[in-house]
Design a protein around this ligand. Sequence first.
Ligand SMILES: Nc1ncnc2c1ncn2[C@@H]1O[C@H](COP(=O)(O)OP(=O)(O)O)[C@@H](O)[C@H]1O
Ligand SMILES: [Mg+2]
Length: 263
Amino acid sequence: MENLNNGSAPLLEIENLRKVYPNGYEALSNISFNIRGGEFVCIIGRSGAGKSTLLRCINGLIPITGGKLSVHGEDLGGMSEKEKLLMRRRIGFIFQEFNLVDRLSALRNVLLGRIGYMSDFNALIGYFSQADRELALWCLQRVNMVHRARNRADSLSGGEKQRVAIARALAQKPLLLLADEPVASLDPELAWGVMDDLKTVSREENLPTLVNIHDLEIAKKFADRIIGIAKGRIVFDGVVADLTNEILSELYRSDNPNLKSRY
Ligand SMILES: Nc1ncnc2c1ncn2[C@@H]1O[C@H](COP(=O)(O)OP(=O)(O)O)[C@@H](O)[C@H]1O
Ligand SMILES: [Mg+2]
């Protein structure tokens, strides 16, 4: 696969990112970090910390309020909506609820990853080139799902659905993979298997990957690097071995005195 992650420049650069929602709520402040090729980064923090907001900002789905955010050296802040669309097709996004089209086959779902590269006409009539079909099958093979290529998405198990979603993201030939709680809807054994596939794909393609995950044990098992967010700020950025109990209690501390934090 074409590999654009060779350069030494960071694939993703975030500097002093701030996000204030229209209702005035400041969901992110002072967020700064860089991601380089092949890094597998887990973003941890309690519910409401700002993890999903961060991924939506990186994907250009919501506008940032301040700071700088660039992907592959291109500043998202200064982009028109059209330019953002072009950038978004190079960012694979994996959702908690898979977001497959139920009535389409696994293969067709993966082919949807190519839509951003097709003419409006071909997209409208659903015409995919032979090269796209071969790419889609190759992507399914990367997650051991070729044998299910012809099966309808709604006939697949949760773990299989998420593998198809990973293949679809891969079919975009992404520069960057973002996954928002990709295994939160799966049973624990399935969750570990899907995380394993995601990490393998990320490593083999040298694809920088950011995974929002609330499950600390999974994050510790798979992450090369962990970014911990509490109340919209980074409180930790480092390797698992440096994650102390003090940091964990800051990350998972509850403001509600009636709720006992796990840490
Ligand atoms: N569209 C929105 N408008 C206002 N506040 C929002 C919006 N979306 C999320 N928030 C708030 O921003 C904070 C961070 O949310 P989110 O990024 O979803 O956190 P996480 O993914 O870590 O659970 C939460 O307090 C949430 O209620
Ligand atoms: Mg979230």
